[in-house]
Design a protein around this ligand. Structure first.
Ligand code: 8IG
Length: 266
């Protein structure tokens, strides 16, 4: 045990996952963000559902609206591995804990991962409940899941091929640059203006570290943000978490339809 690395821990988790789900190999992984849970029921019947805490390296979920479960779903001829919750950087459990699901998915055989999140939008045209494809990111956490001289190329991190597929399913989808702040507080209006000046259009507290780990593991990455609120200062409304959950419920059918059409084609 003392010789465990994040990679061997992920291999152990993948072996236990196969044992508990009875699914030897998964093909596509999906990580759910705030507001996305209702959409998953539209994806099809679960082959198996287990608690994340049944697998090595996972700890309990911390956020309302996030459920600490992993669901295996058969869609078309694909085995889809759905993480109904994630560990956020702001929980202070370390970056390796944040990206453990991604590494577990890779060890379980996945070739692609769909990272979803709920976030704030800088474009006033994005009303709450608008899905936006992530075209690129700015990581403001000041850290990386990679340790050592591991110079992973992040050009085209968010797969142009998968974004193209998403737009075949839903041609009206906009794209945006996702800026990850450490959180857990929301941004000040000045920080939101800064994010915009830097070239960002979405602000949130997840996704970028996971995307980096996914690229390291050789996974193709699709990122989809659900804009659940206008970012601080973009509207004169204060932000609250209940609004996030409500935007998710209201957008569930559309998100479920999008994922349901997309995943079998990945
Ligand atoms: I949902 O406006 C959600 N998550 N940082 N800012 C940040 N994270 C978020 C926001 C937001 N909305």
């Amino acid at each position: 045990m003392t010789d465990q690395t994040p990679y061997t821990l992920a291999r152990d988790a993948a072996a236990k996952l196969a044992e508990l789900t009875g699914v030897e190999r998964h093909d596509v992984a999906l990580v759910l963000g705030s507001g996305w849970l209702p959409a998953v029921d539209a994806l099809g019947e679960a082959t198996a559902e287990i608690a994340t805490t049944d697998l090595p390296g996972f700890s309990a979920a911390a956020v309302a609206g996030h459920s600490g479960k992993i669901r295996s779903i058969r869609t078309g001829d694909r085995n889809l591995l759905v993480f109904l919750s994630r560990t956020h950087y702001y929980e202070g459990k370390g970056v390796a804990a944040v990206v453990h699901p991604v590494r577990t998915a890779a060890a379980a055989g996945c070739r692609a991962i769909v990272l979803t999140n709920g976030c704030g939008g800088l474009n006033p045209a994005w009303s709450p409940g608008t899905p936006v494809l992530i075209s690129d990111h700015i990581n403001l956490t000041g850290t990386s899941p990679l340790v050592g001289a591991n110079f992973v190329d992040l050009t085209d991190l968010y797969s142009p091929r998968l974004r193209g597929l998403a737009r075949e399913v839903e041609p009206t989808l906009d794209e945006g640059v996702y800026v990850q702040f450490p959180g857990p507080h929301y941004e000040t209006p000045a920080e939101v203006r800064m994010a915009g000046i830097m070239g960002g259009s979405l602000v949130g507290m997840s996704t970028t570290l996971e995307a980096i780990a996914a690229r390291e593991a050789g996974l193709e990455v699709l990122g989809i943000s659900l804009v659940t609120n206008l970012a601080a200062g973009i509207s004169d409304q204060p932000l609250n978490h209940e609004e996030v959950l409500e935007a998710g419920r209201a957008a569930a059918a559309r998100m479920g339809g999008l994922l349901g059409s997309l995943v079998p084609r990945i």
